[in-house]
Design a binder for this molecule. Structure first.
Ligand code: HEC
Length: 158
């Protein structure tokens, strides 16, 4: 099939549109929700905290099989955590320490630890292995949450 001048122009035109769309997608990845990044990540963290509280309450109530949905929610949120910390978003209202951006790879690793620990918890719950769920919940707070908060979060104001 012969290409006409017009069809090349069309190809070029659509590639430019694709490039523009990729650019928009990249910008959105950097700022997932728009607006105030500090307020956004505090909303995200509050939800992580609410899911963690739910997990502990369910284990206490003797229903470890029911924590899979919360653990999966935390795992998915963990994959988004770094994108909620754009460079230059440390403010007085934020509990984020400047170390986040100085040791970015360590910060990403801490988010990854949360993700993989939450996935293991989810899998144990789905497998109805109550004993494993209970054992994991015992040090989840210190390792999965504390592993990041200790290094990267200012002590909460009392
Ligand atoms: C990869 C790092 C990281 C991990 C993992 C992490 N957090 Fe956070 N968290 C932060 C940072 C940083 C802040 C402070 C954010 C700010 O104020 O800008 C924060 C803030 C919070 C807040 C306060 C939100 C607010 O309203 O100000 C809660 C609650 C919280 N985290 C709960 C948790 C729980 C529960 C876990 C584990 C299940 C967890 N976080 C895991 C980094 C993390």
């Amino acid at each position: 099939m012969k290409r006409t001048r017009k069809s090349w122009a069309t190809v070029l035109h659509s590639s430019l549109i694709v490039l523009a769309l990729v650019g928009i997608a990249a910008a959105q990845a950097a700022a997932p929700m728009g607006g105030d990044p500090v307020a956004n990540r505090q909303r995200l963290m509050k939800l992580v905290g609410a899911n963690w509280a739910d997990i502990q309450a369910k284990v206490k109530a003797g229903t470890p099989d029911a924590v899979a949905v919360n653990a999966e929610t935390i795992a998915v949120m963990a994959t988004h955590v770094p994108s909620f910390f754009p460079p230059g978003s440390a403010t007085d209202a934020s509990g984020a320490k400047p170390e986040i951006w100085e040791k970015w790879a360590d910060f990403q690793a801490a988010a990854k630890t949360l993700e993989s620990m939450a996935e293991k918890l989810r899998d144990a719950s789905r497998a109805k292995d109550g004993a494993a769920v209970e054992a994991m919940v015992k040090d989840f707070g210190a390792k999965a949450c504390g592993g990041c908060h200790t290094a990267f979060r200012k002590p909460p104001k009392s």
